[in-house]
Design a protein around this ligand. Sequence first.
Ligand code: 13P
Length: 249
Amino acid sequence: MRKKLIAGNWKMNKTPSEAMELVELLKNKVKDSENDVVFCVPFIDLDIVCDILKETDIHVGAQNMYFEDKGAYTGEISADMIKNVGADYVIIGHSERRAYFAETDETVNLKVKKAIEKELNPIVCVGESLEQKETKIGLDFVRIQVKCAFKDISPEDALKVTIAYEPIWAIGTGRTASNEDAQAFCKAIRDTIAEIYDSSTAENIRILYGGSVKSTNAKGLFAMPDIDGALVGGASLNEDFEKIVNYNK
Ligand code: 13P
């Protein structure tokens, strides 16, 4: 039985003092959830957020990392740095990083491997554009993204990865995929994992949905058999996040 995971992706929002305020507000409301909870915050907020959450089982994650260990990579952050500050998750390959910061399937794969080596839990994002959806190549595109992300990763390590299916046309648009469409893509992703590995790996890996998830649509999405939680953007920045986390209370 897969445990649900609700991850907030704050994106480029909240200064450290604002982060402190939001986490203090949400902490007690989400800490006893039966679902796994992760706050994926800007690098500059990791320290304060890890500190506030250290006595709880709420996890903290970064939103990106570099695939080298250390060195002359101005402006980059390593897996060791993220780990050392107390975080244990990292989002990799978000569509915004692919679109604006030249993230490729190859760098996603390098980052996933490095995150696993350093014992960080990667949340790997995949998802099709509106054009790909309209020309009906979305599913093929997403399957290729999954295959590239898992290249040369053992079945044992694959289980350390969470996949987030985030259709680009649904991100920040208020236009959520229907429960059935989100389920169909998450199922296709699970089938792709079964093709790469085996049915047991596919059955056990967690697959999230992301794209305009709110407290009003979370329950329906989470009732789908292949949707194991959500990666939440806008609604993770306010009290709606608590309602999503506690959707089954
Ligand atoms: P929204 O929930 O704001 O649509 O963002 C989704 C997302 O990109 C999470 O990573």
